[in-house]
Write a protein that binds this ligand. Structure first.
Ligand SMILES: *Cc1c(COP(=O)(O)O)cnc(C)c1O
Length: 215
């Protein structure tokens, strides 16, 4: 199926209230343009250098999301334009994002990455830490950051029960903390986005199902 057909197929499945992030990492600008021309505006990348060069060359109304692990020394390159940073899981990184937000006179939206699988990801806060971030004054000085929700990476498994448990636990946590700022729950990828949505996700990150397998 063409990129355009895949995008409209997914959009029909998920409806209007779910945000589709088209994960375009490793894919060419030509392919991104094809997705753009079919109406897609939100794209996700996981490498700063690739993200910056694509942002430079492609239409300026694209909303770029940083979905990968972000190193502190690279925040400055994306701070002028980034629409959402998905993977924030340490205070030093937040401090740097805040600093660069201030320099660019922007408030930068960030999701707290929560570790929902104990096999897959080295990254993310556990629930106890994430709760601490939100219920203490730890984040109070970061005036140029807005925490807008949570991001989770489920286990790479076909075991539905396991996936449901991981998704629904993060969903419960999200429901507990939801407010006027915290309204995004980013979970679900090519293989599990429908299950993620059933369990509360409102933002899915889909790469290979749109653009084909990566090398
Ligand atoms: C690569 C990636 C995706 C997309 O994965 P697909 O299986 O190709 O849909 C989603 N989220 C993150 C954080 C990724 O790194």
């Amino acid at each position: 199926m063409s990129i355009k057909k895949q995008i409209s197929f997914i959009n029909e499945q998920i409806g209007k209230n779910i945000t589709l992030v088209a994960v375009s990492k490793t894919k060419s600008e030509l392919k991104i343009k094809e997705a753009y021309d079919s109406g897609q505006r939100v794209f996700g990348e996981n490498k700063v250098q690739e993200l910056v060069s694509k942002q430079n060359n492609l239409p300026k109304d694209i909303k770029w999301h940083m979905i990968g692990h972000l190193q502190r020394n690279k925040v400055k390159y994306i701070a002028p334009f980034i629409n959402l940073i998905h993977g924030v899981d340490n205070i030093k990184l937040l401090k740097e994002i805040n600093k660069q937000g201030k320099k660019n006179d922007r408030i930068i939206d960030c999701l707290i990455q929560v570790k929902i699988s104990f096999e897959e990801s080295k990254f993310g806060l556990d629930y106890k830490q994430a709760n601490e971030w939100l219920t203490t004054d730890l984040l109070i000085d970061f005036k140029n950051i807005r925490i807008t929700g949570f991001m989770g990476m489920a286990s790479n498994t076909n075991n539905e029960l396991k996936l449901i448990e991981e998704f629904s636990t993060l969903n419960s946590f999200f429901n507990k903390h939801q407010n006027t700022n915290i309204k995004i729950l980013s979970m679900g990828m090519s293989n599990d986005y429908l299950l993620a949505i059933k369990n509360g996700s409102n933002m899915i990150r889909v790469g290979s199902k749109i653009f084909g397998a990566r090398k």
